[in-house]
Design a protein around this ligand. Structure first.
Ligand code: PNS
Length: 160
């Protein structure tokens, strides 16, 4: 049984992330989403909220996949704990690759886990959580980029 983990900060999950889960599920027997902390980012949503939003978005699209939340930890350790032989990551462009290649090498050094990169779906390669937040909080329409549970959560953050 081939298990892959899909780690990320997902602040919040976008249709780009969801497309990657769907496509990775055609390659691996099981894909586990792992909501983690990116030490170089200050998240809008708490870890628990990000995991809940990912679960809700998967439900909205009718995709069955487990979501784990790991507050502090290494991708390498999570892959061992979950029995995953692969990490799956999306690449939107060459800038992503520069950053992801180093992480893939460190993760392999630490636990032997291999990283499999999937190119973003053509129509979604411009979508990122950062852009979604920026456009939303400046009054733009992000309904093309996120599921409705995420849109509701953004609206509720804007009211806070
Ligand atoms: O969605 P992001 O923000 O690009 O995700 C980055 C993430 C969470 C995958 C990365 O920061 C990460 O791997 N964090 C866990 C800690 C870890 O394993 N660090 C070593 C990787 S080289």
């Amino acid at each position: 049984m081939s298990i892959a983990i899909y780690p990320g900060s997902f602040d919040p999950v976008t249709l780009g992330h969801l497309s990657l889960v769907t496509r990775a599920k055609t390659i691996f027997d099981e894909v586990v989403v792992v909501v983690m902390t990116n030490a170089s980012k200050t998240p809008l949503f708490s870890g628990a909220e990000r995991a809940q939003l990912f679960e809700g978005a998967l439900k909205e699209l009718g995709v069955e996949t487990r979501v784990h939340f790991v507050e502090h930890g290494l991708v390498a350790d999570v892959s061992l704990q979950l029995g995953a032989s692969s990490v799956v990551k999306g690449l939107r462009g060459i800038e992503d690759f520069a950053k992801e290649a180093a992480m893939a090498t460190v993760n392999r050094d630490l636990s032997g886990v291999e990283t499999v990169f999937l190119a973003s779906e053509t129509g979604l390669s411009h979508v990122s959580s950062t852009l979604v937040k920026e456009v939303f909080f400046l009054g733009g329409d992000v309904s093309k980029y996120v599921t409705s549970n995420v849109l509701d959560a953004l609206r509720s953050k804007a009211r806070d």
